[in-house]
Every structure is written in structure tokens, then in C-alpha cells.
Design a protein around this ligand. Sequence first.
Ligand code: AMP
Ligand code: ZN
Length: 469
Amino acid sequence: MALRFKNSYTRRKDDFVPIEDNKVKVYTCGPTVYNYQHIGNFRTFIWGDLLRRYLLYKGYDVTYVMNITDIDDKIIRDSQAKKMPRKEFIEGYVKAFKDDLDSLGLMRPDVQPYATDHIDGMVKMIQTLVEKGIAYEVDGNYYYKISAFKDYGKLANLDMGGLKHGARVASDEYEKDSVSDFALWKAWQESDGDIFWDTPIGKGRPGWHIECSVMSSEYLGNHFDIHTGGVDLMFPHHENEIAQSEGCSGEKSVNYWLHGEHLIVEGKKMSKSLGNFYTLRDILDKGFSGMVVRYLLISTYYRQQLNFTFDGLEAARSALERYNGFISNLESYAGADSDGSADAVIEKAKSGFEDALDDDLNISGALGAVFDFIRDINRLKAEGKLSAEERDKALETIKKFDTVLNFTYQTGASDDIDEAEIEALIQKRADAKKNKDFALADKIRTDLLETGIILEDSREGTKWKKKIG
Ligand code: AMP
Ligand code: ZN
């Protein structure tokens, strides 16, 4: 059977056919960097990584884009509450996010664009929508006129019958019962402080939805293969993305929409607003490794809810020990006489693994095939029926599986800080200031900030501290 995905747009399992030969273009809505991501967020990013790795396993050439939402209502609210400039406020969380990706064994995205680097593109898209009569301005705010887009509501399966024409919603997040014209651009207001962009459509800032439409088309083109995210993004975020992108280009934007179910805690979505969340750091502090968290979060089919428990983490730890123990024991196994049955065991494992993942990334089936394989090879070993040559084939097989599962990675010491180097940079910055080279001085400060180091100037000189955590 061919690779197929449950497509939220068609509500069917559709065979996967890339737009262009062997190339697959994937866009994933990335983090909103106003806080640490919790492990619920990472569940979504981890099955995105599974998708990407399985496409690579199948030989596709994959371009994987994940944006960073570095401007939205919540970022303004929280950076102001902390009295920090927006850029400084978000950088610590961007760095933390990238470190967390490493701890969890995710491949870094091929492109990870910041929304605020694409304001020009957003302005152009809004201008096009206005020219086409799909967007309109009220007091410097721009809204999307949903009645002008005939397919509005198709993704989230909305009943558009009771639509109140002309109703508008300004906030980035809202529920289905407030379906209405939504904000593309928000005019500056006093409460925004110094957070604004001066543009041909006025002084203000973009709405959240337009950000993803612009970044996806910038890096993947108007029409690309797969878009992923958690179910909570289906409405309004993805519905609005489709309306903006397709309204602007006149083309279909995305062929396959994949939405993952939530990580839940005692029946409720893990979320920042409910306060029932754990960050990855919380879990690492309790003595679990990133890989154990990876195992737990990856091991349930993405379209099924996963209930988070510490027992689940313990079970993940045992499964990983079995998996890694199998590989190291096999590596040191000398080999015996073959009874010729290993080939069939390997073939069965491969087809079990691939058939399951081909079926909308059915990971439980794939892991079932992997653990059956471990049991069967261990039995052959114990019975003295596995030759050295078969051992090598078995190792090659599990290592190929591991390119998808990634349960053997080493976590880098990304938290290591070179204090001498920081002190040297602080000195270089002081010298730059003395020479009135303020551009260089600023650059040193922002470069350090990117690595999670914050500088504090005082009469006694400059001190540094780790950004967050
Ligand atoms: P955010 O930073 O809030 O924009 O969320 C980043 C990603 O995490 C989005 O794709 C969300 O749909 C997803 N997400 C948020 N909460 C959960 C959860 N409890 N379980 C799984 N995914 C989630
Ligand atoms: Zn998005």
C-alpha cells in the first residue's frame, strides 16, 4: 500500500502524491515565543519530526519550514509586563526552544524564519487582498472579508449560514461562534508602546494569521504539499491561512492538512492558560532524559489524544532501555551458525514497520514491529541460530529504523558556557564603546543574547547572566 495521510481538508485518507516529482514541501506552525514551550507543544513538533524523518526514509527530498511567531497579542502583553524590549524578550525563548529541540532529538528545521523579518511581504499580501476587494480598512486596521472567499469554512467544516455580515474580530485567537471578518493588520494604539512598523499601509503590526501565509509562500511557494499543526490551530488560524493565501494567489495552497490531537492532563488539554503544563525543563529536573520524553510523546498515533502521566514516562524509559540494550548486545555478539530464518524475520520487521507508517504514520504499529523484531532476533541469538552476517543485517535494519525513530542520539552539552569567551566579548564591547563604534557594541550584545547571555551595564562595569532558567 502506498503512503497515505488522513487529510483534515478532505476528511479522508488520501494517497500521498507530491506536487513535484520526489520533492516534498512541509510547513509547520512554529512556537509563539512568549514563554517556554510545554511538552504538549512538543508533542506536535515531535510528530512533525516523525513525518519529516519518514519522508526522508522513503527517499523524498524534504524541505521543512517552521516559523517563529515573534509578534502577536501575547508577546506584546507579556514583554510589556516584564518591561523588556520585544526583541530581547523573545530571544531567550527562541534559544530555549532550539535547545529543547536538540534535547528531544528533533532535526532542526531547514528554514526557521522570524515573522518580523517578513513585514514587507505581509504588507504586500494585504495590499493585494485590498486590490482584489477581499480586504478592507477601518481606521487604519485591515480586515479580511470572509464573505468574499467562497471556500471560507471548508477546513473547519463551519456552517456559514448564520454568518453576521460585517462583524469583525480584532484578537488573534477566537472561538467558532465568533466567526467573522478577522484582522490582517492592527493599527498602532497607545497600549502597543514602541511595538509597531511604519509601512505603506500605516503604522501598526500584523495579525497572527497573515504571518504564516506569507512565510509559507515565501519559502515553499503558493502551492505546497503538507501543512501541519495541532488541532487547536485548525480554526481560526489555518482556516484564515487558506483564505489569505488562496484569496491572494488564486491557487490552491496546501494539498494535505495534518492535525495532531492534544497531549492532555486529567482529561484537559495541556495549556499555558489552564496552568496544567510541564515544560521540558520541569521534566528533565525530575530526572527523565529528553529521549524518554521523546519516546513517550512519539509513541501514540498523532491523531489520538495522549494522556500525560509519570507512569507513562517510566514505561517509556523501560522501552528505551530494551531498545538500546538490544543494539549494544547485538553489537558485541560474536555470531553462531545460521539456521536461515533471520532473513524472514528482517523482512517481516521491515514490512511491518513500513506498512504501519505508510498508514498515516501509525507509530504504534511500527513500534510493535520493532519490538517483535527485537524479540525474534534475541530468540535466534539465544538458540545459537544467528550468524555474524545475519547479525550485521539485523543491526543495519534497526539502524535504518532509527533514522526515523531516533532513540539513540547523544544529547549535546548545549548548556555549556565559556565564561572566558564572554568576558573577552564584554571587554571588546567596552573598547568598541570607547571608540564610539556603537554598532559593533550593539552587535556584540545581540549576538550574546542569541546564545542566551544577557548583559547588564552598571557603574561598576558590565555583568552577564544566563537569560532564563
Ligand atoms: P503555540 O506556541 O501556542 O502557537 O503552539 C505551538 C504548537 O503546539 C501548535 O501547533 C499547537 O497546536 C500545539 N499545541 C498546543 N497545546 C498542545 C497540546 N496540549 N498538545 C499537543 N499540541 C499542542
Ligand atoms: Zn501558523
